[in-house]
Design a binder for this molecule. Sequence first.
Ligand code: PEP
Length: 254
Amino acid sequence: MKRMPMIAGNWKMFKTGPEAVKTATQLAAACKDITDVQIMIAPAFVSLPLVAAAVKGTPVCLGAQNLHFEKQGAFTGEISADMLTAAGAEYVIIGHSERRQYFFETDDMVCKKIRAAVTAGLKPVMCIGETETQRDREKTFLTLDKQVSDGLQGFGPEEIKDLVLAYEPVWAIGTGKSADTGQVEEVHQYLRSLLEKRFSSDLAQSIRIVYGGSVKPENINELMRITDVDGALVGGASLDADTFTKIIRFDTTL
Ligand code: PEP
């Protein structure tokens, strides 16, 4: 089955509203002819409506970086799925390793957040990945298995058909040290077979599994040549429109 590749930019806590609009506008102009790659950027919450207006009618779509799992309520400082869709988000990143590490998100919270997103019609980009210690102790597959099983507990295949699974080894995020192609290939194959075992072969074949961790113009081509890699979640290298455009315009023949 042919899966449309997705290249997504996670802008984390960078860029003010005007700065986000400027980069998004440059990116949209540089990518205006692209129809075969799903391009997504995830700016800070406050920039969502501004960036939504800037990319309207272009191939660039919007994502948020997080959400709260409750529909609404007395949760000071939090943001709901409905607020994100109203602000123009189509996707939402859930369970990023920085959320797990610094904000103590558990697989159970990830599961509730995915439920909230799906209920509101937001497409989740679910992040999973092992730490360096887990890899060194040969616990990579065990870790990923638990993150997928617990994070998607109670879901049927139909409910998660638009979910994007992002494999992001924690040791490769923001370190400049990307996983090598052998490691990525092995994990992506494993994840697809895990989805088949837990859900269905149709879901496993249609779902996009993207890689994240120090993706840059220099390594995107070899990553995209891997059969089970359907795109990339990019942090640092997505902040500059020219650099991000080079990643979006990957060429697997090079
Ligand atoms: C990320 O934050 O999801 C990420 C992959 O970051 P970087 O590309 O900077 O490693």
